[in-house]
Design a protein around this ligand. Sequence first.
Ligand code: SF4
Length: 240
Amino acid sequence: MKRWRSLKSLNEAITRCRLCPRLVRHREWVAANRPRRYSNERYWARPLPGFGDTQARLLILGLAPAAHGGNRTGRMFTGDSAGNTLMRALYEAGFANKPLSERRDDGLELRDAYITATIRCPPPDNKPTQEEMRRCEPYLIAELTLLKRVKVVVALGRIAFEAYLRILRGYGDGVRYVEKPVFAHGACYTFVGYLFGKPAPSLIASYHPSRQNTQTGRLTPQMLSQVFIKARELIMRSPS
Ligand code: SF4
């Protein structure tokens, strides 16, 4: 597996990636067929690297960029309702300097947090194939290697939850858990053992802050805030 020496070189490689023909076609098709409300905008239409504090102790793992959110603005969880829902919760828990995520140049700063995703291009119907997820996994592995202080992973949605567990099982060193991890909103799992040379980060499961989940009340702002408050508590309890 290719190794990157820095997040900068990793992120440059990610933005040039064209490994998944279906997703390359889709991200470019979306940009060429943008809705009227974005007709004057130039879409990013390339893979998205993670972003945030490179000394982060919290890693937030989403599914994939939104077709008219990150794929338009060029930053994950930016320019759509999911991004604003997430950012408000991060702001309330002290992980962001403002509660909105609108554009790449909006002055948003993450504090002690880094946002990434299991795949970097928007999949049709938000459904990546197993093969596409396997192809994109090395980028997440590289982030988990290069972000040396991560203590807690918050997985937004079941796919992200399973993706982190797959990496733990595949690359963990002596990783064990007391209770078998099962996806449920707010469920929290700690591990014994190591991942990429450091204690394996704990895992908190959350429903994804998609418009569908928030509009149906499956995920309320309070429920999401509680997840990041719990993440903060776990970080504070972790040995430095
Ligand atoms: S999903 Fe990942 S592996 Fe596939 S083209 Fe996008 S960046 Fe590359």
